[in-house]
Design a protein around this ligand. Sequence first.
Ligand code: ADP
Ligand code: MG
Length: 257
Amino acid sequence: MQQTIIPTLTTIALPAVTLVQVEHLTRVIATRAQKTVILDDINFSVPEHSLFAINGPSGSGKSTLLNMLTGVDRPNSGRIIFGGEEIRAKSENALAKWRGEHVGIIFQFFQLVPTLTALENVLLALELGGGGGLPRREWRARAQQCLATVDMGELPHRLPSELSGGQQQRVAIARALANNPPVLVADEPTGNLDSKTAHAVFDTLANLTQQGKTVIYVTHDRELAGRADAGIALLDGRIVEQHGANAVVNGTTEVQS
Ligand SMILES: Nc1ncnc2c1ncn2[C@@H]1O[C@H](COP(=O)(O)OP(=O)(O)O)[C@@H](O)[C@H]1O
Ligand SMILES: [Mg+2]
């Protein structure tokens, strides 16, 4: 009897595509008196469409690293390849243009314009960013859509002062989405929120990865960092832990007494 071969549906785990590759990154700040190594030979990669955490205590170098990933600060040595392009090779003007098109930024203290409503804050980002390629007549709908994405679609006409901290941060996320950048970066976006609200805002950021965004998220909160798809932990400018980041762990993990 002839056997029928039934094709089985197997899930093939595709290797993650690297969005950002960081190689031998070092940042030294020299004053007249001394040189301080702020980041010491950092190596890792950020998978595309992931929520990627940069964790570590205050002073460990998280913000310095984030500023280099967005080209705000430049390394002393090493390189960053972001979406196939080396950041260091760009001029300041080219970098500013690149940042505007590729990166949405979210801050710890929200930085909303207090005299503008939620919708107007998002519209302002479209104005400043040129609308992400959309014609002006579609900006209002786009702003409203960004607010809806972060569950703020019902409160477009509230001023920041009429919103809770968590709601203000959602509006700030909507603003970062306005020009449709592929990447969002956030420096302690939940650092000013209570734990429950912080987890809810984290969920909002995590949902964005389902819509194709890559989110690079700095936090000193180990629990939240542990919920990320991938990430590194820094201590004194070195990577001491990593998951899913192809990182070289080069710091000492010994706890000093
Ligand atoms: N411009 C600077 N001049 C001197 N030291 C700096 C400068 N920027 C950062 N540092 C130092 O580098 C270390 C890392 O800072 P930072 O990246 O802000 O850490 P984190 O964001 O993890 O709190 C800290 O010890 C900080 O004092
Ligand atoms: Mg910081």
